[in-house]
Design a protein around this ligand. Structure first.
Ligand code: NAD
Length: 422
């Protein structure tokens, strides 16, 4: 094991423990029976595969891959596929459980899964990458399917890879677009998927703003991470009248207390490779964005970006988690004690899987919805989940994360009990 991969293994284990910790707290408050606790804290199926890839020079390579299915009490398993040199079983265990709670909270009829291959996709040619996708799909074919487990894109995978895998599955089983989501629109992908995570986070924020009687133009937002989710969130929030005062990427941040035009920042980033140096704002260090004077801080970059060593500097009243697991449990407690609301990832980042669900529905019905219809349904899903979390937190006097986990765990436990699993 290299230093990098052993460091990553410790990190993946820490992440898994954090998600497990949230489950334990919810299980305790819900007074779940022992059987339910055992089922919910274990994975239903873990498939380890060897992915054989013929290289362009005639040689062969074999990469380890996995598909980990956490809980399918509420419907077929659902979750992304990632290709990364540090991908590991522990990481997929953690993210598959996170998917179970996310889909349950949004009340979409899925369970949770995650998977992928331990490979550096940049080391492969396009033809080799296609063979990798087809080989991986064949190796997990028996455990996936439109009513079994529906993969989707994640780190280093996108519509192109989904199209190859959809094609491979359909070769033996007949045309099956509902086997995978995140496909190109011309192959049955849904309109609105690209912006879905950012848009979903905004629907949640807007609902919260209304409940707290905030006026949009007085809400200053700082967005950490200006990639797919963060940039869409910033642009759509700006269009709705919120004031986006700072955004960052891996090289640094740009801030303007009067408000930025995210669309112009994006153009600058496309031209220069970074948000830094944008002329209508001041460039500051990436970590300084965390202490920016604002009402809403939206981490949309990496895991564990809010830790005890920097959470003290947060000046926002609300942290809206768009990234998966951006707040460590210690930082979460610290923010809660300081009265900062933390809207958890299983709500803040659920727009993506919600539109994946809508893609699956369209594929099963052989229909194509307009973008307005997709966005309208996304809004309903996000708003009703947000309302429930606000209500539960209020009634129970618990954090929004605890409330969200209670709702999700209760739903999965109820479904499992009705099936006679515990
Ligand atoms: P992305 O790769 O498009 O963007 C990530 C951005 O974060 C990039 O702009 C990168 O420069 C920036 N970044 C990296 N390190 C940083 C740092 N130290 N400080 C500030 N910025 C930094 O990824 P994405 O798809 O936007 O996903 C972002 C997060 O949201 C991830 O945690 C992902 O798991 C989560 N998420 C995304 C989706 C989705 O549909 N895209 C869905 C659910 C959850």
């Amino acid at each position: 094991m290299t230093d990098d991969s052993s460091g990553h293994a410790v990190f993946a284990e820490r992440l898994f423990d954090a998600v497990q910790g949230h489950l334990d707290v919810a299980a305790e408050r819900l007074r779940l029976e022992d059987g339910a606790r055992k089922v919910l804290s274990t994975h239903r199926r873990e498939v380890a595969v060897s992915v054989r890839v013929p290289r362009d020079d005639g040689s062969f390579d074999v990469y380890p891959g996995w598909r980990i299915q956490h809980n399918g009490a509420r419907g077929p398993f659902k979750g992304g596929l990632r290709f990364h040199p540090n991908a590991s079983r522990d990481e997929f265990r953690c993210f598959s459980a996170l998917m179970t709670w996310k889909t349950a909270l949004l009340d979409v009829p899925f369970g949770g899964a995650k998977g992928g291959v331990q490979v550096d996709p940049k080391s492969l040619s396009v033809a080799e990458l296609e063979r990798l996708c087809r080989s991986y799909l064949t190796s997990i074919e028996l455990v996936i399917g439109p009513y079994r487990d529906i993969p989707a894109p994640d780190v280093n995978t996108g519509p192109r890879e989904m199209a190859w895998m959809y094609d491979e599955y359909s070769r033996s089983r007949g045309d099956s677009p509902a086997v995978i989501t995140g496909k190109p629109v011309k192959l049955g992908g849904s309109l609105g998927r690209d912006a879905a995570t950012g848009r979903g986070a905004l629907f949640a924020l807007d609902r919260i703003a209304r409940s707290r009687r905030w006026t949009r133009e007085h809400i200053r937002i700082a967005v950490q991470g200006f990639g797919n989710a963060g940039a869409w969130f910033a642009e759509l929030a700006h269009q709705l009248g919120y004031r986006v005062i700072a955004v960052s990427d891996s090289r640094g941040a740009v801030v303007n207390g009067e408000g930025l035009f995210p669309h112009d920042v994006l153009r600058h980033k496309q031209q220069t490779g970074s948000v830094t140096g944008f002329k209508h704002g001041d460039t500051i260090g990436g970590d300084d964005l965390i202490g920016a004077e604002c009402e809403v801080l939206a981490p949309a970059a990496l895991e564990e970006s809010l830790r005890v060593d920097n959470a003290e500097r947060v000046r926002a009243n609300l942290v809206l988690e768009i990234a998966n697991h951006p707040t460590t449990p210690d930082a979460d407690r610290l923010l809660h004690d300081r009265g900062v609301w933390v809207i958890p990832d299983i709500l803040g980042s659920a727009g993506g899987v919600s539109v994946s669900y809508l893609e699956w529905v369209q594929n099963l019905q052989r229909e194509r919805w307009s973008e307005e219809r997709v966005n309208g349904r996304l809004q309903e899903l996000m708003e009703s989940a947000t309302d429930l979390v606000l209500e539960r937190a209020d009634e129970g006097g618990v954090s929004h994360r605890a409330a969200a986990y209670e709702l999700a765990v209760e739903r999965v436990a109820d479904a499992g009990r009705a099936r006679g699993w515990h």
